[in-house]
Design a protein around this ligand. Structure first.
Ligand code: ATP
Ligand code: MG
Length: 444
């Protein structure tokens, strides 16, 4: 993409409407614009990041055996009356009426809808187990929308729903998602600590939240330091049902509320970590709560009807954009982990008025693009300083800088956004070298 043809409305100053760094940087980097409280337009750069996160989430859901569907945003009130949640849900739910005066709502979650879909088509235990997911916009009329996309009213969620014959099988589905979540967050370049969570209005008895560690997080976490190590190393490739999953689920990790309730905390000293976190995922096992209320049955192996056991599994896809920035930035701007970066290479031509520089930059842009590398090419007639500042602000992981001095000796400068390291590389072999370099960046 040539920057001269792109739409990247960057801001030089911190916008006054933003309190936390991710919100400031998303506005400054031209990623989002607010339309009304908690409702945002995703501008081209922000949308690319959102789509990258969505792709990784989707790949890991598929890998875990979940099946993608797409349910609508609008749901009928009658469906929610079946479970009893229409009245119970409270003012976060946006309720309205259509022209026929039928009561409808903008879905804050989809347990009822997926249960009705499954109920209408599943007949026997042979239709189990099944896990469905979709990636769809949700609306919750949050009392205090804030922190940009982190607590929006309209937001993008991946939500999955599992159906199993019995509790044992349901735990396997739960574990498969537990592992998928750790894999997902690791691929996004994040440490996400799984903490045991109270189940709240969704009900049930087993639940974990996943938190990105960041000082600006809304939650206070208490956990055994072992959690960080396992999350990063062994678990990323663990199979569901393996011992390590049980071990991680039983290691001490919880939100302060729960901690206060127990206080005989088994961990102490250095081993007890106390950090703030941003909740980016939440998984629940709640058994037959919805299938029983909504009369969803399948024929069991002995011929008697069974209410399938369910779990539900959310990831805040749009919240993750802000969460990742909270965890990965410096005073100059965003530092995108490789996989989510909107462009992998930023190409800077320092002298658009120099014919040789111009030709070399155009040529390199073409070759890198042909090699399948996503390049943002700053071909604007701007000062070098402004170009560097923009690339740093928007967080492109690798920057290639072309100037007359280097070019005269056949080299360009390659800069890593993460650690600021710079090296000169011969322009002739740059495309090959850069492909190798990017592979290294990708591994972190
Ligand atoms: P929170 O406690 O932050 O309100 P929640 O428990 O209500 O979250 P869930 O119903 O479990 O959230 O939704 C699944 C995921 O969706 C959450 O883990 C979070 O990442 C994301 N999410 C929830 N509410 C919002 C919101 N208002 N804006 C952006 N993302 C959200
Ligand atoms: Mg909430």
């Amino acid at each position: 993409m040539r920057l001269s043809r792109y739409f990247l409305p960057v801001l030089k100053e911190d916008p006054s409407e933003a309190q936390i760094v991710s919100h400031k940087l998303m506005l400054r980097a031209g990623m989002i614009r607010q339309q009304s409280a908690g409702i945002y337009v995703w501008l081209p750069l922000g949308l690319k990041v959102l789509r990258n996160i969505e792709r990784i989430v989707r790949e890991e859901q598929n890998r875990a055996g979940a099946i993608e569907v797409l349910m609508p945003t609008i749901q009928s009130a009658d469906l929610w009356r079946e479970s009893g949640r229409y009245d119970a849900y409270g003012p976060e739910m946006l309720r309205f009426r259509d022209r026929h005066d039928r009561e409808i709502l903008y879905g804050p979650t989809n347990e009822e809808m997926i249960t009705s879909v499954f109920r209408d088509s599943a007949r026997s235990y042979r239709d189990l187990p099944k896990t469905f997911y979709h990636i769809q916009w949700k609306f919750r009329d949050e009392v205090r929308p804030r922190f940009g996309v982190m607590r929006g009213r309209e937001f993008l969620m991946k939500d999955a729903y599992s159906f199993d014959l019995d509790a044992e099988s349901a735990k396997r589905s739960y574990d498969a998602m537990f592992v998928a979540y750790l894999r997902t967050f690791a691929r996004l370049g994040m440490v996400a600590v799984p903490v045991r969570a109270p189940t709240g209005p969704i009900g049930g008895n087993l639940s974990h939240e996943f938190h990105i560690l960041a000082d600006t997080g809304e939650s206070e976490l208490f956990y055994d330091a072992d959690v960080e190590d396992i999350t990063l190393t062994e678990l990323a490739d663990a199979a569901p049902g393996s011992e390590i999953v049980d071990r991680l689920q039983s290691i001490y990790a919880m939100e302060s509320e729960e901690h206060a309730k127990v206080e005989n905390c088994p961990i102490s000293g250095e081993q007890l970590r106390r950090r703030r976190g941003i909740e980016v995922g939440h998984i629940f096992y709640f058994g037959a709560k919805y299938t029983a209320a909504m009369n969803c049955t399948v024929q069991g192996p002995d011929g008697t009807p069974v209410h399938p056991e369910m779990g539900s599994y959310g990831i805040g896809v749009s919240r993750l954009v802000g969460g990742i920035i909270e965890a990965s930035h410096d005073e100059n701007g965003i530092i995108w982990p490789y996989e989510v970066a909107p462009y992998k290479v930023g190409l800077i031509n320092l002298r658009v008025d120099d014919a040789k520089c111009q030709a070399a930059a155009d040529d390199l842009y073409q070759k890198l693009t042909n090699a399948g590398i996503e390049v943002l090419y700053d071909d604007r007639d701007e000062r070098g300083g402004a170009k560097f500042a923009t690339m740093d602000l928007i967080g492109i992981p690798t920057q290639v800088i072309i100037g007359p001095k280097g070019l005269s000796s056949g080299v360009v400068e390659v800069k890593a956004r993460g650690n600021g390291s710079r090296e000169e590389m011969p322009i002739d072999t740059l495309v090959d070298n850069l492909s190798t370099w990017l592979k290294l960046q990708r591994k972190g």
